[in-house]
Design a protein around this ligand. Structure first.
Ligand code: IPD
Ligand code: CA
Ligand code: CA
Length: 255
C-alpha cells in the first residue's frame, strides 16, 4: 500500500504543480466562497485511478466525489487539494492529502505540497517523516512562548462566533497566531515543529486523516476540545506538542 500511496501523491502532485501557474476553471460549491477548481477534480481522478489499479476492492472517501463503498475494511481518505482557496489565488500553501484507514484506525498518511517539494509521510508505529527525515514536535512547554496556528471554516453558522471567540481568547493572551489555509499543512507543520499547537472547528475527515497520523507519529497529542479521544469524523481538533495541550484545552473549554 505504501508504494501506491506514494505514487498517488507524486502523480497527483505533478498535476497540481503543472496547473499552478495557468488559468483553470474555478466553481463554487455549496456556498459561493467554498471553491473547487478543475485541478481538484483532475488530481482526485488521478489518485483514484492509481488506487483502483492496485486495490480495486478498497473503500474510497474523497472530498469531491464522496464515498465509494465496498465490503473491505480498508478506506483511502483523500483530499485532492487541501487549501483550494490558496491554490485558486496562486498562493503555494496547499497540498495533496491521503490517509489510509484500516478497521477504523489510520495506518498511513501522506501530505505532499508539490510547489514546495515537501512530502510528509507517516506509518502507524513507525514515526513521521519530511522527505525521508524523521520529524518531531517541539519541546516548548510554556504556552506564553508558543506559536499557534488555526483555520476558519467556510460554514460556521452551526457554531456562531465560536472560531472567532477562540481566536480572540488566544490573542488576549498575547500569543502569536498564524492562519495558513490548509488544515493538512497546519498539522504537518505542527508535527515538524514550526508551530507548537493547532486548533480548528468544523473540519472533515479528508482534511485531517493523513495529518492526524503524521502529528501523532511525530510525538504530538490530538484530542477534541474537551480533551477526549479524537476521531477524524468529529469536527473539532486540538493538536499540540503535548506539553501545552492542557493549557490550550483550558482556553477552549472556557468558551
Ligand atoms: C479547507 C482547508 C482550510 C480549512 C477549511 C477546509 P479545502 O480545505 O483545510 O485550512 O480552514 O475548513 O475546508 O476546502 O481547501 O480542501
Ligand atoms: Ca480540505
Ligand atoms: Ca480540498
Amino acid at each position: 500500500m505504501k508504494n501506491t500511496l506514494y505514487k498517488a501523491a507524486i502523480e497527483s502532485g505533478k498535476i497540481v504543480k503543472e496547473y499552478f501557474e495557468t488559468s483553470f476553471k474555478i466553481e463554487s460549491k455549496d456556498i459561493i466562497s467554498n471553491l473547487v477548481t478543475e485541478v481538484d477534480k483532475k488530481s482526485e481522478t488521478k489518485i483514484i485511478e492509481i488506487i483502483k489499479v492496485d486495490f480495486p476492492e478498497h473503500n474510497i472517501l474523497s472530498e469531491e466525489i464522496g464515498a465509494l463503498e465496498t465490503s473491505s475494511d480498508i478506506k483511502w481518505i483523500i483530499d485532492p487539494i487541501d487549501g483550494t482557496i490558496n491554490y485558486a489565488h496562486k498562493i503555494p500553501i496547499c497540498c495533496v492529502s491521503i490517509g489510509i484507514e484500516k478497521a477504523g484506525e489510520i495506518i498511513f498518511g501522506i501530505v505532499y505540497n508539490p510547489m514546495s517539494g515537501e512530502m510528509f509521510f507517516a506509518e502507524k508505529g513507525k514515526g513521521a517523516f519530511l522527505n525521508d527525515e524523521k520529524i518531531s514536535v517541539t519541546k516548548e512547554n510554556n504556552l506564553k512562548k508558543a506559536l499557534l496556528v488555526t483555520g476558519f471554516p467556510y460554514v460556521a453558522a452551526d457554531i456562531p462566533y465560536k472560531p472567532i471567540k477562540a481566536f480572540s481568547a488566544f490573542l488576549d493572551m498575547d500569543l502569536p497566531i498564524r492562519r495558513l489555509g490548509s488544515a493538512a499543512l497546519d498539522l504537518c507543520w505542527t508535527a515538524l515543529g514550526r508551530f507548537d499547537g493547532f486548533w480548528e472547528y468544523n473540519l472533515h475527515p479528508w482534511d485531517v486523516a493523513a495529518g492526524y497520523l503524521i502529528m501523532t507519529e511525530a510525538g504530538g497529542k490530538v484530542t477534541d476540545f474537551k480533551g477526549g479521544k479524537y476521531s477524524i469524523y468529529e469536527k473539532e481538533i486540538l493538536a499540540t506538542n503535548g506539553l501545552i495541550h492542557d493549557d490550550m484545552l483550558k482556553v477552549l473549554k472556557s468558551l
